[in-house]
Design a protein around this ligand. Structure first.
Ligand SMILES: [Mn+2]
Length: 331
């Protein structure tokens, strides 16, 4: 066709890739969470940041949580920033998905250093990191990063949701996703004390007596999952905030998705049938984020290879939104 004929053709009239089916963006007035989380590249003015940590090299049995960050991002496309129960949106709250930590699956020490650096950089700027793992080993460099940002002489309280204590000394002598909280107690001893660590959701027939003994000896508060359903969570969270906040300068939250019942979050390495109700954890995170001492969250062990129709990714995304909504409501 000659140039004159081409010039006479009508425009194709297409829209940008992803506009029709990929609801990450949607129409502007839909207030899609995916669009809200897009980053303009500036840290200035950000109140919170989503950070992917796709590392699962410490999963001792079933890996796959390296896909967790992207599963949560995909989950976001189902949701908006509007709370139907409050009739209020959180669009004005400045948060962005700032990308992934450069993970090297074959180099754990270097990866953990980069995790800590990123977390320190965010917390020191007053930005709340919302880290998406990865396996639970990444909670340790996250806590270490927060402690470094707080500086010498400061103390950090921790609220940890999990079916397991994750207080192992090691796995066959080495690092694993089961060690991060013992590591924090032992290697950050001035900043993290057992009496400011609260573990919520320990499941029946899932933990060893030695680890329960260790928790007791360290003064750790353990709130088992049994009894938390049917309204027990609100009181548990109030108690956890009081204990984690007692004499500390900040509170950090770590959520292992395996604390949730396997029927609601099957996509994880160690699913359990005596898990917490997702609704209760959603309320808990909203409450905890509302506390001005809360400076960071990690959400770990979402593992797409074991998921069903992205259920667990969506559960993770909804938990993140609840936490952000709690932060947004602080003012
Ligand atoms: Mn865990």
């Amino acid at each position: 066709m000659d140039a004159a004929a081409v010039a006479g053709l009508k425009p194709l009239g297409l829209v940008a890739p992803g506009t029709v089916v990929n609801t990450m963006k949607g129409d502007a007035d839909e207030r899609r969470a995916g669009g809200w989380l897009e980053w303009d590249g500036a840290l200035d003015g950000l109140k919170a940041a989503l950070l992917g940590i796709p590392f699962d090299g410490a999963s001792v049995v079933r890996s796959g949580s390296r896909g967790g960050p992207d599963a949560v991002r995909r989950g976001m496309m189902w949701y908006t920033t509007f709370s139907s129960s409050d009739g209020r949106g959180m669009d004005a709250f400045k948060v962005a998905d700032i990308g992934d930590v450069l993970v090297t699956l074959t180099d754990m020490p270097a990866t953990f250093d980069r995790v800590s650096e990123a977390i320190t950089g965010l917390v020191a700027r007053g930005i709340v990191p919302v880290s998406i793992g990865g396996d639970h080993s990444i909670a340790y460099p996250c806590m270490r990063g927060v402690v470094r940002a707080l500086g010498a002489g400061k103390r950090l309280g921790i609220i940890h949701f999990d079916a397991h204590h994750d207080l192992r000394a090691a796995h066959l002598g080495a690092e694993s996703s089961g060690v991060p909280f013992r590591k924090a107690l032992e290697t950050l001893p001035e900043a993290v004390l057992g009496r400011n660590l609260v573990q919520i959701g320990m499941a029946e027939f899932t933990n060893s007596p030695q680890l329960a003994d260790y928790a007791r000896a360290q003064g750790v508060t353990v709130i088992p999952g049994r009894g938390l359903r049917h309204g027990g969570m609100t009181e548990a969270v109030k108690r956890a905030l009081a204990i984690a906040g007692d004499g500390t300068d900040a509170i950090y939250v770590s959520v292992d998705i395996d604390c949730i019942d396997q029927a609601q979050a099957p996509g994880t390495a160690a699913p359990n049938p005596f898990g917490l109700d997702l609704r209760d954890v959603q309320e808990a995170l909203r409450m905890i984020a509302g506390d001005p001492k809360t400076v960071g969250l990690d959400l770990v062990e979402i593992s797409p290879p074991f998921d069903r129709d992205d259920m667990t990714g969506r559960a993770g995304a909804s938990l993140v939104l609840s936490f952000l909504y709690g932060l947004a409501g602080r003012a």
